[in-house]
Design a protein around this ligand. Structure first.
Ligand code: KG4
Ligand code: ZN
Length: 334
């Protein structure tokens, strides 16, 4: 029986990543060169700096992925690359690099939407059971997606302002925590009590949309008001309260959607899926509703190329391929 071996490439933001995945399910290698240290001193990702790092790392990371997989170019069936969404300069490095490799080695080129990559990180860790509801929570995205089958995506809700991860990062900044703020808030929240009253944006009763900018402003106001009165807020309590507010809305809306769409599985993906508070609340809600839950292990929640190869495998088997006109698309639709 013939295996499908795909090289995945991911450069949409601040990780230069390459991975080899077998049959869309088995990780043969997973190389991630993180740029977090370079962006930390700026308090966020600087696009120009990101592009330069991608140029430096691209070849090294691809070669390492093949080496770790004990594979040669002739073992591969295709190259899958993140086409978008993401930073335009960052995407261009990955897409053009993938095009060059595809031409040089005579391999088909499969474009992948970054969010579908996050979703398919779940297939590397277990099964996907359809139909399913996927909650995507990352630095750039907050979406509820209904999937009837492999490769089929219906967006039923999305954020109207900040993404969940963006809210975590901005609140962390207000609390003088380093970038990226999500893991910092997560850690701090464990030491605190969620005893500060913060808003939850439920929006219209039957809406699956999200909004986090009001919550973010409420946190900033809480800090400023305390300062004006010469007081300090307990950072751990504020982190715990903020996190609870975000998690509450994410879990409630996801479970509402799972019920309304009669799905067989709830799936969580994206960088914020690494959040302990979200993982445990979602696990509890799914257990109570007798609903199977899939969340990738921590290492597959944040950006990586194994997830791009996994999603690319579905595209490859469906016959999706691109030619040398392929371009990075910062605002690519799913
Ligand atoms: O998926 P990802 O690596 O990149 C995007 O596609 O955006 O997600 C990065 C986001 C950042 O906003 C980061 O703060 C957040 O995921 N994040 C977390 C945690 N780990 C990463 N947010 C909350 N809790 C965490 N443990
Ligand atoms: Zn991502």
């Amino acid at each position: 029986d013939k295996k499908t071996m795909i090289l995945g490439i991911e450069t949409s933001c601040d990780e230069t990543a390459a991975a080899v995945v077998e049959n869309g399910t088995k990780i043969r290698s997973n190389v991630v060169a993180s740029q977090i240290q370079s962006h930390k001193r700026f308090g966020g990702v600087v696009p120009e700096v990101a592009s330069r790092h991608h140029v430096e790392q691209f070849t090294l990371v691809c070669e390492k992925a093949l080496e770790d997989a004990k594979a040669t170019w002739s073992d591969l069936d295709a190259i899958a690359v993140t086409q978008g969404p993401g930073l335009v300069g960052a995407l261009l490095i990955g897409v053009n690099g993938a095009k060059a490799l595809s031409l040089a080695h005579g391999l088909p080129l499969v474009p992948v939407h970054h969010i579908t990559g996050h979703i398919y990180a779940n297939r590397l860790a277990g099964n996907m059971q359809f139909p399913l509801i996927a909650l995507i929570v990352s630095g750039g995205h907050t979406e509820l997606i209904y999937m009837k089958e492999h490769g089929s995506y219906e967006i039923i809700g999305a954020t109207r302002d900040d993404a969940a991860g963006e809210a975590f990062d901005k609140v962390a900044r207000t609390l003088d925590l380093p970038y990226p703020g999500g893991p910092e808030i997560d850690r701090l929240a464990k030491a605190g009590e969620p005893n500060i009253k913060l808003p939850r944006a439920w929006l219209e009763p039957d809406s699956y949309d999200f909004s986090f900018s009001g919550l973010k402003s409420a946190v900033i106001n809480t800090v400023h008001n305390a300062k004006q009165r010469g007081k300090t807020v307990d950072k751990a309590d504020l982190a715990a309260s903020f996190q609870e507010s975000v998690v509450d809305v994410l879990v409630t809306k996801t479970m509402n959607a799972a019920k309304a769409y009669h799905v067989r599985q709830v799936l969580v993906a994206g960088g914020v899926a690494a959040n302990q508070g979200l993982r445990s609340s979602m696990a509890k809600a799914c257990e109570e509703a007798d609903m199977p839950l899939s969340i990738p292990p921590f290492s597959l929640c944040t950006d990586n190329a194994a997830m791009i190869a996994a999603a690319g495998t579905i595209g490859f088997l469906k016959g999706t391929s691109a030619d040398m006109a392929l371009n990075g698309k910062p605002g690519l639709n799913i």
